[in-house]
Design a protein around this ligand. Structure first.
Ligand code: HEC
Length: 134
């Protein structure tokens, strides 16, 4: 194969890999552009789809609507030290660290799986934008 051909195949692979990870959702994370990520419309649906099976009572942290945001923002982690969501600072937020598999905070969440890149980016933007109640 020619050099140009290989580059074209690689570009195609990258495009299709990106296309697969959105699993039917808009591949552009909500809030891109001017509108901030909405907690109710963009973040809570992620918890409801991937987390409340365990975090609806049994795993301690309640992530069901309507109290999930109150249970996260500024709340000390029960298990790992630090705070679950530090508004404006995803990197130190235990929640975000557990979604990205950071070391020092136990299992990656959702336990036994991995969130899609678009969902992780939605959560990151929500925290970076101030963890708004919107
Ligand atoms: C299969 C069950 C299961 C699923 C699904 C799951 N979790 Fe968990 N989660 C647990 C268990 C058990 C713990 C306690 C152990 C630990 O802290 O790692 C936990 C702990 C946590 C903690 C730390 C709580 C604290 O106070 O320290 C966070 C944050 C968290 N989960 C977020 C999530 C999010 C967000 C999702 C969905 C993307 C999710 N989890 C999905 C079982 C689950």
């Amino acid at each position: 194969m020619t050099r140009g051909g290989r580059t074209a195949v690689l570009a195609l692979l990258l495009v299709s890999a990106g296309g697969c990870s959105d699993r039917g959702r808009d591949p552009i994370a909500p809030g891109n552009g001017t509108a901030p990520v909405s907690y109710a419309d963009d973040v809570q649906p992620i918890w409801s789809a991937h987390c409340t099976g365990c975090h609806g009572g049994t795993a301690g942290l309640e992530l069901g609507a309507p109290d999930s945001r109150t249970n996260l923002v500024g709340v000390a982690s029960a298990n790992w030290g630090g705070v679950l969501v530090v508004a404006g600072d995803p990197a130190v937020s235990v929640l975000y660290r557990k979604l990205t598999g950071d070391s020092g905070v136990g299992d990656r969440m959702p336990q036994g799986g991995v969130l899609g890149a678009v969902d992780i980016e939605t959560v990151r933007r929500w925290i970076a934008e101030g963890a708004l109640d919107n």
